[in-house]
Design a protein around this ligand. Structure first.
Ligand SMILES: [Zn+2]
Length: 122
């Protein structure tokens, strides 16, 4: 199994027992490696915050800075949800609700699971 490296720029500077690795007499504090990182690319929220502190502004500028307010309107207020109380064979278990008009429309399980499916205008 491939190990992922925590992307925290200062991960190796935190003195925890699990980061201290190496041969006896030449141990060093090292970046954490895990098969699964539970905070995206990071081992914990401290490393996550360290990264954002250092690179957040550059990342926002790179991917596109918001330059005007966004408005929630009828055309983009649809959100998917499901009724956890409905039985498994109930076809109305999954639905989409307009958060402005409160209208609800049924969804198939496939539509619910499809991350590209939406009634929202782009
Ligand atoms: Zn880390």
């Amino acid at each position: 199994m491939t190990l992922k490296y925590c992307q925290g720029p200062d991960c190796h500077t935190y003195h925890t027992k699990d980061r201290l690795k190496g041969m006896k007499g030449s141990k060093t504090y090292q970046t954490r490696r895990r098969t699964v990182l539970y905070y995206g690319e990071f081992c914990d929220t401290r490393c996550y915050n360290d990264w954002f502190q250092k690179y957040g502004t550059r990342a926002v500028n790179h991917f596109g800075r918001l330059k005007e307010v966004k408005h929630l309107t009828e055309e983009n207020a649809w959100s998917k949800t499901y009724d956890w109380r409905a039985s498994a064979d109930d076809s109305h278990r999954y639905f989409t609700r307009n958060e402005i008009t409160k209208e609800e429309r049924p969804l198939t399980e496939a539509q619910y699971a499809d991350t590209n499916y939406t009634l929202n205008e782009r």
